[in-house]
Design a protein around this ligand. Structure first.
Ligand code: GLA
Length: 371
């Protein structure tokens, strides 16, 4: 068992007495390329990170949820705006889908950074869904569980996100990214080979909380829907570069990002397959520029990180996730990561930005039942 899984198990024993029947865990994610394409029916290429949330569950006794990280117990059947809404939402979505997820208690522990855009909420949902599937013997596959988690997020938690985060948390494999066709919901593992190429994934959390993010996110979704309507296509996935000539203003900007980003994901997968990290890196920079100039979801902090990464020899760098704050990533050659972090700290301090936090993540396995 990993350390977080053991912490969840121990928390269960301590809080409820007796061993849990099941322990499962699920990771957070970063997205390598393909941003804001999921809800347009397009392509994304996330990978799971080596930070996880673990859920230990059993069927005896009172229905309770306990978080070891917050040292708080909450009733399963209740509504509030705490961390407990995620496991509650998953139990609700399972029941809505006809699976009797009733009469259980669970202890949670995790080390996915929160409110940073690394999908800690998808990790809680995925770990809960897998734990409950094992506990009650539903026998649901990863894709079905991911759709149940997305329903929990959209309809119970009330956040209109796409399918990327839940798919990534449930279906990624170690050392690999996951190419998801968000229309057909087909997913394919794409080996990354970063270690072999001597590259690491450096993540910079700019610590700018996505205050207005939800408004921004929903605005972007609405503009994409309007652009698709103007073009007479079902989703922007169906639009081509030539179609863009028929758009103007904000619709043109947003649609141009989505259309070019989808093409970049396809090319990125080809370059990974031929181990052409230089080409892959160029696509990352192009993706960032498109998010900065056309989709307008970057911030001065994210732009500064990407620029400094370039100055420090990164083959590729871009903001990752929803934008409006949160994290950016860089592919770094060996030995350059600390220089990059130091340069960033200096520039951020000079510009009056918050002190950033840096991580190096290894592409990791998706959700697993471990005990
Ligand atoms: C958030 C959402 C995802 C996706 C990204 C942007 O992470 O949860 O569904 O839309 O933003 O690519």
């Amino acid at each position: 068992m990993r350390e977080t899984e053991n912490r969840a198990r121990e928390a269960y024993v301590e809080k409820f007495g007796g061993e849990p029947e099941v322990v499962a865990s699920a990771p957070g994610r970063i997205n390598l390329i393909g941003e804001h394409t999921d809800y347009n029916g397009g392509f994304v290429l996330p990978c799971a990170i080596d930070r996880r949330i673990a859920v230990a569950a059993g069927r005896d006794g009172e229905e309770l949820l306990y978080s070891a990280d917050f040292d708080r117990a909450r009733p399963l059947r209740h509504k509030d705006d705490s961390w407990a809404k995620y496991p509650r939402g998953v139990a609700w979505a399972l029941r809505e889908a006809g699976h009797d997820a009733d009469g259980f208690r669970a202890a949670l522990a995790g080390d996915v950074p929160r409110a940073s855009g690394l999908s800690s909420s998808a990790a809680i949902e995925a770990a809960t869904a897998l734990a409950l599937d094992a506990l009650f013997g539903f026998g649901l596959d990863g894709k079905t569980l991911a759709r149940i988690c997305q329903r929990a997020e959209n309809e119970y938690v009330g956040v209109q996100s796409g399918i990327m985060d839940q798919y990534a948390s449930l279906l990624c494999e170690a050392g690999s990214a996951l190419l998801i066709d968000c229309r057909s919901l087909e997913a394919e593992t794409v080996p990354l080979g970063l270690q072999g190429a001597g590259l690491s994934l450096v993540v910079c959390d700019t610590r700018v909380e996505r205050g207005l993010a939800d408004t921004g996110y929903n605005d972007r979704r609405a503009s994409c829907e309007r652009a698709a309507e103007t073009l007479g296509v079902e989703q922007l996935r169906d639009a081509t570069e030539e179609d863009l000539d028929r758009l103007s203003g904000e619709e043109l900007l947003r649609a141009r990002h989505v259309v070019t980003e989808n093409a970049r994901v396809t090319r990125a997968v080809e370059s990974l397959r031929s181990k052409d990290f230089e080409a892959f890196g160029h696509l990352m920079y192009a993706s960032h520029e498109s998010m900065r100039d056309d989709y307008e979801i970057s911030t001065p902090e994210l732009d500064a990180f990407v620029e400094i990464a370039g100055d420090n020899g990164a083959p590729g760098a871009r903001l990752t996730g929803a934008g409006f704050g949160g994290c950016a990533i860089a592919l770094m050659p060996p030995g350059n990561s600390e220089t990059l972090a130091e340069a960033c700290r200096r520039v951020f301090a000079g510009r009056g930005f918050k002190e950033p936090v840096f991580y190096e993540f290894a592409p990791s396995a998706g959700a697993e039942v471990v005990g």
